[in-house]
Ligand binder design. Sequence first.
Ligand SMILES: NC(=O)c1ccc[n+]([C@@H]2O[C@H](COP(=O)([O-])OP(=O)(O)OC[C@H]3O[C@@H](n4cnc5c(N)ncnc54)[C@H](O)[C@@H]3O)[C@@H](O)[C@H]2O)c1
Length: 255
Amino acid sequence: MGERLKGKVALVSGGATGVGGAASTLFAAEGARVAVLDINAAAAEATALAIREAGGDAMAVVADVSQALPVERAVAAVLARWGSIDVLFNHAGSIVVKPFLETTEDEWDRLMAVNVKSMFLVTRAVLPAMLAQRKGAIVCTSSISAVAGTPMEVLYDTTKGACHMFARAIAVEYRDRGIRCNAVCPGFVRTPHGLREVDALQKLGVDVSDAALAVAQGRICEPEEVAAAALFLASDEASFVNGTHLFVDNGFTAV
Ligand SMILES: NC(=O)c1ccc[n+]([C@@H]2O[C@H](COP(=O)([O-])OP(=O)(O)OC[C@H]3O[C@@H](n4cnc5c(N)ncnc54)[C@H](O)[C@@H]3O)[C@@H](O)[C@H]2O)c1
């Protein structure tokens, strides 16, 4: 067990599986009390239980991050239990992979809600408690897709461009009141989301084979590697890092 988040309360949206699950586990191992916020109740409970069994402290809170009332209730439950939220990892998100002209209006509205409106709703619910203590660290999950387009992902890329700018704009508005807000921008990661994306792209003729991924980013990224970058941004080690985009892509976007 480390101490990089000792004494802090962390809320991880999408914290049940994948990168969010790895972050919940890592943040707890570094001393945080972790609220695992997810739409998948069973997976959130399982992640929280595993943390407690490993000697950490965690609670599961169930909400669809695109819905205001459930988000407000979930955040209120965490504040009622632990009194503060020091770290927010805005990670929950999903993807639609299909030709642009086949994208429906419902898909557009739903993904914008799950990936972008969610950052507005969860941050809006958490920020007052951070401002009251004049300290808080927010990490938002952007993506290489915020700056590098992939065919069949116009909608997804658009949402991630918005997440990218959300993190920067929050930082600028609130830095004078002790708030830091940064983004992690992963390449392709071995998670249910990432593997679903690779499979869907392959079926639509976009080459994301192991060989293509090896050229673009060396290999597939592991969830723990993104969680480690988020941990740095969430911790006091990043005390003067604000409004930045930390790419976790082994040079994908550097080429
Ligand atoms: N895997 C990748 O290759 C990759 C790369 C870049 C960015 N990302 C970002 O990571 C996130 C996806 O997470 P992951 O890759 O760890 O995969 P994942 O599918 O394992 O995790 C996503 C988590 O979010 C939860 N979730 C989904 N919709 C939700 C909702 N409406 N309300 C609450 N929780 C919800 C899921 O239940 C799941 O636990 C997205 O924001 C995505 O843009 C993923």
